[in-house]
Design a protein. Structure first.
Lengths: 274, 81
């Protein structure tokens, strides 16, 4: 069986490599792709959308449908992870373990719970001590990661970046928090329901912008129709429309990354995590 | 584009890719995938596709490695086959 699989893999790989010979060479000015579409984007992007980074304008404006469905795919991935992994325990055991942070004394409550405070943290039976250096460094780094992520989203018009990358980094900042402390700390800052709502909100912002253009009498995702609402000329309206859409992508991607991480790292139980 | 650098990174991509599917330790395979993504990110930036390189670095080398490690941590570390 293994030999058959190997033969099939080698044959398919050889066929693919053989087929790549027919591709136009890298950077060939006479290849079909750079004869019709690319010159239009390269020459007309500034005129038509007022966005200096043409990758952003192609992604979010000329090929807006693609990015919308990419965002939907990410959203579906988050929902699929949630549906597969999340466990809603009917009866949580009444016993709770708390650890006094300064002295390390663990107490067990038969029932009830302590009011939230900085002195006691709730732990599980599988608790392992946290490393002080990693904890402190991550706490210091998180705001800078988030600031850079916001910069990446906002500056996507002028430099590489945009909603997708910025959203991943925003999500990563919360994941770093969840890894260095524990999952409960991160979930306390961003509740599961809020996270799921944000996830859907991002997709809604994208699709809603498109639908708004439709309502204003233009094509779906033709942002120039937003000009009367934004009080700018149609070209700047396309630029602003791209920005609105990027924010939607950023929110959706951020929330989905956190959602997937929470479900995978705690096997859907939302306990202590990694 | 420096072809020596290009060739060296391409070789590393192939080596790391083969390593990721042959290694028995799944945590090692996750790290191999991270290295693979990073090499691909370098390749994208050599070819001038900076946006794609950025995405590859943040999604491929960053978050997906975390997902793999989390999944390995919650299941088993050794493969059955």
């Amino acid at each position: 069986m293994k030999v058959t699989g190997l033969i099939i893999a080698v044959l398919a790989g050889a066929l693919l490599i053989y087929a790549t010979v027919d591709f136009p060479p890298w950077g060939d000015p006479k290849s079909p792709a750079s004869l019709h579409v690319s010159p239009h984007y390269i020459e007309k992007t500034i005129e038509e959308t007022a966005v200096p980074n043409m990758v952003t304008s192609v992604l979010a404006d000329y090929r807006g449908y693609d990015t919308m469905y990419e965002t939907t795919v990410i959203f579906s991935a988050g929902v699929a992870c949630f549906l597969l992994l999340r466990i809603f325990r009917r009866k949580e055991s009444a016993e709770r373990l708390y650890r006094h942070v300064l002295t390390g004394v663990t107490i067990r409550l038969r029932e009830g719970k302590l009011p939230p405070s900085d002195d006691f943290e709730r732990i599980d039976t599988a608790w392992t001590p946290h490393d002080l250096i990693i904890k402190t460094m991550c706490r210091l780094l998180v705001p800078f990661i988030q600031l850079f992520a916001l910069y990446v989203i906002a500056h996507g018009h002028h430099s590489p970046g945009g909603g997708f990358q910025g959203g991943v980094m925003l999500g990563a900042s919360v994941i770093v928090l969840a890894m260095s402390q524990d999952l409960r700390t991160a979930v306390r800052r961003l509740r599961e329901k809020v996270d799921a709502l944000l996830c859907a909100t991002g997709v809604f912002i994208y699709a809603g912008t498109g639908a708004l253009c439709l309502l204003l009498g233009a094509n779906f995702l033709d942002y120039s129709a937003l000009a009367p609402l934004l009080h700018v000329d149609p070209i700047m309206a396309r630029s602003h429309g791209i920005f609105i859409v990027e924010i939607g992508v950023g929110i959706a991607v951020m929330a989905t990354m956190i959602w997937i991480y929470c479900n995978v790292s705690s096997r859907g139980e939302y306990d202590e995590g990694l | 584009m420096i072809w020596q650098l290009d060739l060296a990174i391409l070789t590393l991509v192939v080596i790391v890719g083969i390593g990721a599917i042959t290694v028995k330790d799944l945590l090692g395979a996750a790290i191999m995938f991270g290295a693979y993504s990073f090499m691909m990110c370098l390749l994208w930036s050599i070819m001038g596709a900076v946006d794609v390189a950025f995405t590859e670095a943040s999604v491929g080398a960053g978050v997906s490695t975390v997902f793999f490690v989390a999944a390995v941590f919650r299941t088993t570390r050794r493969t059955k086959d």
